[in-house]
Design a protein around this ligand. Structure first.
Ligand SMILES: Nc1ncnc2c1ncn2[C@@H]1O[C@H](COP(=O)(O)OP(=O)(O)O)[C@@H](O)[C@H]1O
Ligand SMILES: N[C@@H](CCC(=O)OP(=O)(O)O)C(=O)O
Length: 279
């Protein structure tokens, strides 16, 4: 069974809303949870890239702001403080489990530059070959408003395509995609499977995000549009569910699965579930 997953590449994106307290500050306990998910994937033999937000949340207090800043310059300054804290915490926690983490900061323009994207891919490949976990965030300081990811959902999708990932998993503060924003419509029901990003699916994502995240569902759907176009099986689930990453790969998790065109039948999906089955 172990051979089935050898070198299977998972991109796991975790948003600010799942790394922060209700007040918007970074939560050590929540970072520990993320690390546990990453470690469970590594222990099962997967290659893991972690795309993590949280730099602004981790830094704004030390910048002297009482609440999460809203001007670009302050966000960037907060991120430059918080990124240090974020990566140090991840690296320390991973090391406790015997894994090494590395930091990669990228901008949107890096992906449209052939030379820079090739360098990023080569770097990531070397890290993954050696069992290291690249921890990726946007390079906030140099990102301009007009050319900025802002949210990390689409950054995670770009990374998934860059490294030809087998699975793109976004863990957030909701169980998946609902037929309406569950914060404002408690009766909204969960969509379990999505076979292509249609206008109907896009319409479900109209609502904004939590006050701690930036992208909301809109950017997640945009991100899945990209991964599905590239044939990458994708998933959205709740970061607070312990063991969700492994369950998601076995297609047994509560959440929303997004199937690319090449995996649109029940039989195809079953085959993938078998293929991605952990040891
Ligand atoms: N159709 C929908 N289904 C689920 N969540 C939705 C929907 N529309 C809007 N949302 C909101 O999106 C939020 C998640 O996005 P966001 O706060 O940006 O999280 P993250 O920090 O994980 O990226 C949810 O808390 C929810 O309020
Ligand atoms: N890159 C920034 C902002 C990213 C952000 O908030 O994204 P998300 O949580 O995906 O909506 C950070 O690390 O704080």
């Amino acid at each position: 069974m172990g051979d089935l997953i050898k070198n299977k590449r998972i991109v796991l994106k975790i948003g600010s809303s799942s790394l922060t307290s209700a007040q918007g500050e970074m939560s050590h306990r929540k970072l520990e949870r993320v690390v546990n998910e990453v470690v469970s994937l590594k222990d099962a033999g997967f290659e893991v890239l972690l795309v993590s937000s949280g730099a602004i949340a981790a830094g704004y207090r030390k910048l002297g702001c009482l609440t999460r800043p809203t001007t670009l310059a302050e966000e960037q300054a907060a991120a430059s403080i918080g990124q240090v804290e974020l990566i140090r915490t991840y690296a320390d926690l991973l090391l406790e489990h015997g894994y090494v983490g590395s930091q990669i900061l990228l901008t949107k323009s890096d992906f449209s530059n052939q030379g820079r994207s090739l360098n990023a891919r080569n770097t990531i490949n070397v890290l993954l070959e050696r069992g290291i976990i690249p921890i990726i965030n946007e390079n906030d300081t140099v990102s301009m408003t007009s050319l900025r990811f802002g949210d990390n959902d689409t950054l995670g999708a770009e990374v998934s395509c860059l490294v030809t990932a087998d699975f793109y998993m976004i863990l957030s503060d909701v169980d998946g995609l609902f037929r309406g924003n569950p914060r404002t419509d408690p009766a909204a029901t969960l969509v379990h499977e999505v076979f292509g990003i249609t206008a109907e699916i896009e319409a479900l994502a109209g609502g904004g995000g939590s006050n701690r995240g930036t992208g909301g569902m809109k950017s997640k759907i945009e991100a899945f549009k990209q991964t599905l176009d590239h044939g990458i099986l994708s998933f959205l689930g709740d970061a607070s569910v312990s063991g969700i990453a492994i369950q998601a790969l076995a297609q047994k998790a509560k959440g929303t699965y997004f199937y690319p065109e090449n995996l649109r039948t029940q039989e195809d999906a079953k085959e993938v579930a078998f293929y991605m089955q952990p040891k």
